[in-house]
Design a protein around this ligand. Structure first.
Ligand SMILES: [Zn+2]
Length: 234
């Protein structure tokens, strides 16, 4: 336990809940992970912006920016690396399990256009803001929200509750295509040339890949979005 914030989140009593316990399952939704332990307790990890697990073997040195570590019986050290120390790690007892107030993963096959549309219809915010709300669908970050909207030719400012069924269907497919593309190219948040890998993300002032119009940027809910003012419609 390396930082004061993590010491507060993981006092000795809650660390003891996890000590010596077998890991029976690891569930992930969006940037949340639940590590379920044999005694019914669980470790909830929220990775926030750049948290990630990193694996080393004892007695090698821990990785840079390691904030929390789990040491397995075989000497594997699993470290939560988090340069900005923003991640949240908490241990929950069997009697008091965590309730994650987040929606299903965007790539969950159970998420249909009908389900997505019904949820959007209840949102009176811009579609870009709705896409980032993890209670709607989990796993869509700022980059993929912008990319998906460009693919679906929908303005980030379009009201979420105004989208036709056809646009909802196209948007869901676009979200999945953008996410799949990201996985395929193993795009990481930290790569320096990342702007070249996207159609709109971080490309303000550059021409649209589809129509050549100069891309613009706007701020919504404190997050910035690049978009094409010509081919993305409200
Ligand atoms: Zn365009």
């Amino acid at each position: 336990m390396f930082t004061p914030s993590q010491r507060r989140q993981l006092p000795a009593a809650s660390r003891r809940q996890a000590e010596g316990q077998g890991i029976v399952a690891v569930d992930r939704r969006g940037k949340h992970q639940l590590i379920r332990l044999a005694n019914g307790a669980s470790i909830h990890v929220h990775f926030l912006l750049d948290g990630d697990w990193s694996f080393t073997l004892l007695p090698d040195a821990p990785p840079r920016f390691a904030r929390v570590e789990i040491v397995l019986d075989d000497g594997t050290r699993v470290s939560l690396t988090d340069p900005r120390a923003l991640c949240i790690v908490k241990v929950y007892t069997a009697a008091n399990p965590p309730t994650l107030k987040i929606g299903p993963d965007a790539d969950d096959p159970g998420v249909t256009a009908g389900f997505f549309g019904a949820r959007l219809a209840r949102r009176r915010v811009a579609i870009k803001v709705a896409l980032l709300d993890q209670k709607l669908l989990a796993g869509i970050g700022n980059i993929y929200a912008a990319e998906a909207l460009w693919r679906a030719r929908i303005s980030p400012e379009a009201p979420a509750d105004s989208l036709s069924a056809a646009r909802v269907t196209r948007l869901l497919a676009s979200v999945r295509d953008a996410l799949a593309d990201g996985v395929a190219r193993a795009v990481r948040y930290r790569t320096s040339d990342r702007a070249d890998q996207f159609h709109v993300y971080d490309r303000e002032g550059k021409p649209c890949d589809r129509c050549g119009m100069i891309l613009r940027r706007l701020i919504q809910g404190g997050r910035s979005t690049c978009y094409c003012p010509r081919c993305q419609r409200r």
